[in-house]
Write a protein that binds this ligand. Structure first.
Ligand code: GLV
Length: 306
């Protein structure tokens, strides 16, 4: 039995040195297991390069849009992910972005660092009154969405959410379940917590952005492909949206320079789950999944492939 982490998985500096490419699949030939990260595209070509020995691909991420599940099923390979262990860290980061956006922390920090002269004034860097009646709209009330909701409730926000599994009009832990239409027109901050699927690609498109409350903010700690980035930039430039916080990008790791150029946009490099212990737990869970499969047991957190 043998398994190796995918080359290039270990560090961002390694990724910077060597562009991601098919050549890195050479190392997987003949292996029993592969531990991969969300930057690796695990597709037919990967499974062909691995050959018939491969039994399990363990993604060090809860999202698995980087893996072709149908190809995994065709090759009889088990796929696992890391749900549950990163909810708190991801929700912490999401809420940090909500606070940073609403209270313009990054803009204000930049203002000071640039050496601008200033005296205190009552309208200086005014922003969203988060705990004085602001409404948070959560698209996707799964584990992470719910963890964000709990933080928002602790800040006295009104919280509304879309959730396919709960009836419209119901309330769960103080969160009102509403339609997406109602959420977009009502929320001061819209935060995305759905997986990237064909049905959620560009869920936040030009129409959805136009439907948002004027002056609202968008936060995306889910997957870049859920938002039409060009349409988002236009919505910010027109003044319809006041700002956005983005942790995940459409062309990741490339970041659209137009986003970088806009001071109303807060950017982090897909680090929402980057708590030290959380990342350890994610890696540990991936390893435990591999060990379980190679020992002939059920994996702890399998992804349904067929
Ligand atoms: C991170 O984005 C993850 O899916 O775990």
């Amino acid at each position: 039995m043998s398994w190796t982490p995918m080359p290039g998985s270990a560090s961002t500096s390694a990724r910077r040195r060597r562009p991601l490419g098919r050549s890195c699949w050479n190392g997987v030939a003949g292996k029993d297991a592969a531990i991969v990260t969300l930057t690796e595209r695990i597709d037919e070509e990967f499974f062909a390069a691995a050959g018939p020995s491969l039994k399990v691909v363990a993604n060090v991420a809860v999202g698995f849009d980087n893996i072709d599940l149908a190809a995994a099923a065709r090759h009889g390979v088990t796929v696992t992910n890391t749900p549950g262990v990163l909810d708190g860290a991801t929700a912490d980061h999401t809420f940090a972005l909500i606070l940073a956006l609403g209270r313009r922390i990054v803009e204000a920090d930049r203002f000071i660092r640039e050496g601008n002269q200033w005296v205190w004034g009552p309208r200086m860097f005014v922003g969203l009154d988060i705990s004085a009646g602001a409404t948070l709209g959560i698209i996707g009330l799964g584990r992470i969405g719910m963890a964000v909701a709990r933080r928002a409730r602790a800040f006295d926000m009104r919280v509304i959410a879309t959730d396919a599994t709960r009836p419209l009009g119901s309330t769960v832990e103080g969160v009102e379940i509403v339609s997406q239409e109602e959420l977009l027109v009502s929320a001061d901050v819209v935060s995305l917590h759905v997986p990237l699927l064909p049905s959620t690609r560009h869920l936040i498109n030009r129409e959805a952005l136009a439907a948002m409350k004027p002056g609202a903010y968008l936060v995306n700690c889910a997957r870049g492909g859920i938002v039409d980035e060009q349409a988002l930039i236009e919505a910010i430039d027109s003044g319809h949206l006041r700002g956005a916080a983005i942790d995940t990008f459409e062309g990741e790791p490339h970041v659209n320079p137009e986003l970088i150029a806009r001071p109303q946009v807060v950017l982090t490099p897909h680090t929402a789950s980057a708590g030290e212990a959380t990342r350890d737990r994610m890696c540990r869970l991936a390893v435990d999944n591999v060990l379980a499969v190679l020992a002939g047991r059920e994996p702890l957190t399998p992804v349904k492939t067929a």
